[in-house]
Design a protein around this ligand. Sequence first.
Ligand code: HEM
Length: 700
Amino acid sequence: MASEPQQQASPGGEPVLSGPGQDSEFLTTNQGAPVSDTDHSLKAGERGPTLLQDHHLREKIMHFDHERIPERVVHARGAGAHGSFISYGNASELCRADFLKPGKQTRVFVRFSTVVGSRGSMDTARDTRGFATKFYTEEGIFDLVGNNIPVFFIQDGIKFPDLVHAAKPHPDTEIPQAQSAHDTFWDFVSLHTPAQAHVMWQMSDRAIPRSLRMMEGFGVHTFRMVNEAGKASLVKFHWKPKLGVHSLAWEESQLAAGADPDFHRRDLAEAIDAGAYPEWELGVQIFPDDGSGVFEGIDLLDPTKFVPEELAPVQPLGKMVLDRNPENYFAQTEQVAFHPGHLVPGIDISDDPLLQARLFSYLDTQLTRLGGPNFAQIPINSPDSPVNDMFRDGFHQHRVPKGIAPYKPNSLDGGCPYMSQVLSGQQPPLDFPQPVASGKKVRSEPASFSDHYSQARLFYISLSAVERAHVQQAYSFELGKCNDTAIRQRQVECLAKIDTQLAAGVAQALGLPAPAAVQLDDPVASPALSQIGKAWPVDGRKVGVVFNSGNHQHVPAIAQALAERGMSPLLVSASGGEVAPDLPIDRTYLTARSIEFDALVLVGPLPPAPDAAVALDAKAGALGAGGVPIDPRVALLVAEAYRHNKAIITLDGLSDGLLQAVGLEDDAPGIALVELSAVAESAEQLLSTHRAWERFPVAE
Ligand code: HEM
């Protein structure tokens, strides 16, 4: 008897559709008939024309022709991972959500994304990152659809199409891909000045993360949490990464765009494969729901504003660990459908006008992107809790509903399904009875929304000198790529309302006159905003161990010691092969590029390999400074790591003179000369502060 599709659980716990699927032992047609040959079409003779009757050929090509679905209109490029959220169980005063109760463990799927680029664009573009988490709770799905920047460009969702049209490639040339360094973007943000706060974050190192594992996440909007007693509080969600916030150098992000466009998704997948499971704490900033929507003078309904942690500390509610890579990119990472309106009892929205528009937008776009109204049935989107929605039919209906009365009230199905409170005895859980703010229909905004600059200034002055220098260079680079002088000038005038020195520095780089000084307030800095000056675990950080075939005997012990301390050694030698059984050489001088490594261990001597010729590998044109012979590709590797402030470890008695041979100081910050036995300890210590920022000091 033919079986109908049924929901089962996969090893990871998520529902999968069984029945007709990829489960035959032999190749079949779409209809399950055996296929004996998929290499040749059916033809009228060996050299004759192909026959229309070849159903296998037509079915195979038809399916292939329709493999692509529309990519997301924004956030098209993403990487995902499965994991779980473990509640600390301390939220009862705040929120009645079941998944926050003591001891609760909830399955999650996370999708990280860039915003502007197409699905095939590079990972390391300067851009905001999406950080969307699907919690499969016992009370239904909760989606926290956030970003790695706590403020947004616009204050009202009606401006979203304008923003995205300005940020996407120019309509005439479709250039540039995945970049904000172009005229239409800067035209918009310099005119629509609520964007200035977000743009400041985007010009900071936050927009070029070293790893998806090293990003903070923010719910951005203010949400409402309600406890069992019906008491409401306003909250802002935060994800805090265990590894700390860390970023690429701008040159690294540009190099990676060519050398490894999959830099971030590779890093995420490899870390999970290596058992270095990424971790975040979920926390909330809590504000009284007193009807004002304002905290310490900051409008909580304005999504271009954040609340400094020093004013409202982040209270941790639980921990998320990502421990499983997707089994299939398309089925899971591509087909997942997040929605800020996917809420559970105890979590509600606020009146933030950006959030309100998002509540419409996601369902609407997914209807097209996923080809009909039944995408909640796709396994990655199916809740773990039972569903009885009385929805029927539609494209791609997989359920086989029972009963004859999908309407309410009914008597024919015994009045089923009942309303939830009939069974639970509780009040309806959703829809908190929040009073509405005004009785008048208006197209306007509160006066507090008109402050577009003070928080851009607060963020900027809270950064360290080296981070501020990066911001200045980022503005200079991006505006330097704009062709229209009026746009550059207008943005420099916006900067003058944020910081006089910054505006003057950018103007100087662009060859423009410094704008007239503006009287600026001096807000209290928020040290929590800087990513420098702290120490972090080194789990999964990549350490390149560079050697050649003549000195490989030291390498197994170094690799083992690094791995024992949680780092991921990558072995780099003159040519491929194995150093020992099950210890393969990961990269050669030809295939390695410095962007892949957080630190280098140089196991010298490292003389030029036989293929160190410019005709074979243009990198071999890199020049050393002389002294001991060194392969020019290694010289380039070391020089790049050095100028990107990375740790470089040399070995006493083996690597003598190597750094001088590349023209570098061997006593600079972040450089260590150690015994073999101390390599791993030294790498851990140097990597814990992420980079040796003090190598190239910046004047305060
Ligand atoms: C605070 C502001 C916003 C944040 C944090 C945010 C975040 C995100 C994230 C993380 C995604 C990717 C989801 C995924 O990985 O599948 C996304 C997609 C999307 N966002 Fe937003 N977004 C914001 C504002 C808006 C606004 C104002 C709109 C429209 C009014 C909008 C429309 C969309 C659309 C259409 C998608 C594609 C969804 C899909 O195809 O599945 N977003 N957003």
